[in-house]
Design a binder for this molecule. Structure first.
Ligand SMILES: Nc1ncnc2c1ncn2[C@@H]1O[C@H](COP(=O)(O)OP(=O)(O)O)[C@@H](O)[C@H]1O
Ligand SMILES: Cc1ncc(C[n+]2csc(CCOP(=O)(O)OP(=O)(O)O)c2C)c(N)n1
Ligand SMILES: [Mg+2]
Ligand SMILES: [Mg+2]
Ligand SMILES: [Mg+2]
Length: 326
């Protein structure tokens, strides 16, 4: 019998390969779908635009934190994509889907969290939309100003260049594990666990470092939302190169999470390599390591892949995918 193809049979990337070719472009398209943000032409320059959604029980649980935490994360997750293009975040609009029995105080708190995150980066919240629905869903669309610079894409990694990263790796995944283990942000937690939960609830993408890197002329950049291996795999594919990561360069991150991982019965190395949502920035640069970044590997020629210490090509897919375990 003919099998009906379902979303869960595909990876996100496979689904996008089916949908994106159906979508129209206009004369204003400078860069369409496929990178951290689109680039749109305007009479007086070019800007980037990007959107990311948060869904209750998929991206956050209301019991794990406050409305303000969700508002903060909805903003920061989008600012990370703007900064990853080398653009300065300027303005957002927000769509909210809310169940009717949700406390108004939660929504006010959410707005406070959004405002805090926006103020840090001098971003305006300029509008949005409201609807009712079965769970809380938040969609933020963020705009960014390229300030005359060329956008920094995922396809500029060339053999011999340095792979760099700014921000944390693995801490958000650690925080998620702590919360899944049953702690809440109110419990008395060890300092590390508390730090990890804080990083999960309130990611702090290195926006300023991303802008400096863009000014310095990095060749490629992206934000790490789905895990280092999966996202680096996307850069490797876009650039047609091998990204060779160094286990020594990430050893300190792994060591810092070891005790917590042990307590959670999980593996610190997989948090660092495959945990998402830290929203750090992965960049490739032919010159000096940009301020705020550290080198974590080197680009080399070959069939697109990510390796650690030149070992067997890692599964490009390891990391977060909304639909498929692959
Ligand atoms: N529904 C969609 N329609 C068109 N393009 C999409 C859709 N969903 C995602 N994309 C595009 O696919 C690329 C990958 O999306 P995603 O993995 O969410 O990016 P990011 O990790 O930067 O948030 C992006 O360029 C995004 O604009
Ligand atoms: C309740 C809950 N379970 C699991 C996760 C882990 N998680 C959810 S989505 C995601 C990946 C990042 O989110 P995504 O929507 O893919 O952002 P994008 O890549 O589009 O920026 C991760 C690691 C979570 N944040 N909350
Ligand atoms: Mg996205
Ligand atoms: Mg994103
Ligand atoms: Mg994702």
């Amino acid at each position: 019998m003919h099998q009906v193809e379902r979303v869960q049979d595909l990876t996100e990337d496979e689904l996008l390969e089916r949908v994106v070719p159906l979508l129209p472009a206009s004369a204003a398209r400078v860069l369409g779908p496929g990178d951290d943000a689109a680039v749109v032409a305007a009479p007086d320059g070019r800007f980037v635009v990007t959107t990311d959604v948060l869904v209750e029980d998929r991206h956050f649980r209301r019991a794990w934190g406050s409305g303000a935490d969700v508002g903060w994360r909805a903003v920061m997750q989008n600012l990370a994509d703007v900064a990853a293009m080398g653009a300065r975040p300027t303005a957002i609009v927000t769509s909210l889907v809310l169940p009717g029995d949700l406390e108004v105080a939660w929504v006010e708190d959410f707005a406070h969290g959004m405002a805090q995150a926006c103020r840090i980066h001098a971003v305006g919240a300029e509008g949005g939309d409201l609807s009712g629905g079965p769970v809380v869903m938040v969609s933020v669309t963020a705009h960014g100003d390229l300030e005359g610079r060329a956008p920094v894409l995922r396809d500029g990694a060339r053999p011999g260049a340095r792979i760099c990263h700014a921000g944390r790796l693995g801490w958000s995944a650690a925080g998620l594990a702590v919360l899944e283990a049953g702690f809440t942000s109110d419990d008395h937690l060890e300092a590390e666990a508390r730090d990890a939960v804080g990083r999960f609830l309130r990611p702090r993408p290195p926006v300023a470092a991303g802008l400096r890197a863009a000014e310095a002329g990095v060749e490629a950049m992206m934000d790490v939302s789905d895990g280092l291996l999966r996202d680096a795999g996307r850069m490797a594919r876009a650039s047609g190169v091998v990204l060779d990561l160094s286990s020594q360069a990430i050893a300190a991150d792994v060591a810092a999470l070891e005790a917590l991982a042990h307590a959670c019965g999980q593996d610190a190395l997989s948090w660092v390599l495959t945990g998402g949502e830290d929203h750090g920035l992965l960049a490739v640069v032919e010159g000096e390591v940009p301020e705020g970044f550290r080198q974590i590997g080197t680009v080399r020629a070959g069939e697109p892949a990510v390796t650690v210490d030149g070992g067997p090509p890692s599964v490009l897919g390891s990391g977060w995918d909304h639909f498929s375990g692959r």
